[in-house]
Design a protein around this ligand. Structure first.
Ligand code: GDP
Length: 297
């Protein structure tokens, strides 16, 4: 997989085989649920989605949830939600780390499950719960969301004692049961942009891509879209003559990171920028701009 930006190419050493088991398990579990919560990274709503999911869940109810909104550009989060809703998705935003938006999600799940309950009621079944599952690519926040939904005092119900451990349902109350194991979706690399987005947000391990090239592309983007934040964070100034190389050098120099001979320590700079971006310390940035509502994309 290559991402070409000027001279730079980001190569991802990705082996889809790793995901096969997780995928099979998810497919099996999907059959058991009424509502699927698809967790996306608000910084990369396009790259963190897997279009295969729709095919797998068929006509089941789905809720699209943008997570990590604390690290995303709020204007862009709003624009993405508007676009998703325009496409008739039930969509909302959360910050699972702080728990913001989780209550609204519970309400949305109840609403999405209502048609299923209605079907059961017509068959005379009154006390059935809505069964929910969280799915998403690695590191998008699935476990954090599950823990948030569980809160305290929730019980895990065993299916049948003595039987090999199957899917575990956690009673959430309010007529909801949650599958305790999230569905792990495999990241897709179907366009040159995706590998880059997944790499710098932490969805794929750092060993499988060239950090120098990823940060090069990242700095290039930040110079264009978020120059003020870049300057303020690293206490540098940009001129029209600056290139990615000179900006990286300025960052290193502003930190006093010089190697023997007075050369800027590029390696240390790259590590820091990647770490700062991933943790949100650099600012709340969205890498993928929402499609304009009104236009088709
Ligand atoms: P999973 O692989 O999808 O289960 O992801 P995890 O739940 O393990 O989360 C991956 C990382 O993202 C962890 O370090 C979480 O603390 C962090 N994380 C999850 N949700 C949020 C969020 O809304 N905001 C921030 N800043 N970090 C989050």
């Amino acid at each position: 997989m290559e991402n070409t930006f000027g001279e730079k190419k980001l190569h991802i050493q990705w082996f889809p085989g790793h995901m096969t088991k997780a995928r099979r398990m998810m497919e099996a579990n999907l059959k058991l649920v009424d509502v699927v919560v698809e967790l996306l990274d608000a910084r990369i709503p396009r790259s963190s989605a897997n279009p295969m999911l729709q095919q797998l869940i068929g006509s089941k109810q789905k809720i699209v949830v943008l997570n990590k909104t604390d690290m995303a550009d709020p204007d862009q989060t709003r624009a993405w939600l508007t676009w998703l809703k325009k496409k008739n998705f039930t969509a909302l935003e959360v910050d699972c780390q702080k728990g913001r938006g989780v209550k609204a999600l519970v309400t949305a799940i109840q609403k999405a499950g209502e048609p299923t309950l209605e079907k059961w009621r017509k068959k005379g079944v009154r006390n059935r719960s809505i069964r929910v599952m969280i799915v998403g690519i690695p590191n998008v926040g699935k476990s954090t969301l599950i823990n948030r939904l569980l809160g305290r005092n929730k019980t895990v119900t065993q299916n049948k004692p003595g039987v090999t451990r199957g899917p575990q349902w956690v009673i959430l109350g309010k007529g909801l049961e949650l599958l305790d194991t999230p569905g792990v979706l495999w990241p897709k690399f179907d366009n040159p942009e995706t590998g880059f987005c997944l790499a710098v947000t932490g969805a794929i391990r750092e060993e499988v891509f060239d950090q120098e090239i990823a940060v090069h592309i990242l700095v290039q983007r930040l110079m264009k879209r978020y120059p003020q934040e870049l300057c303020a964070n690293y206490k540098i100034e940009l001129t029209t003559e600056d290139t990615v190389e000179t900006v990286e050098e300025k960052i290193a120099l502003s930190r006093g990171w010089l190697q023997a001979g007075g050369v800027a320590d590029k390696n240390k700079t790259i590590q820091m920028v990647l770490r700062d971006f991933k943790s949100g310390k650099l600012g709340a940035f969205t890498l993928e701009i929402a499609p304009k509502t009104g236009g088709e994309q």
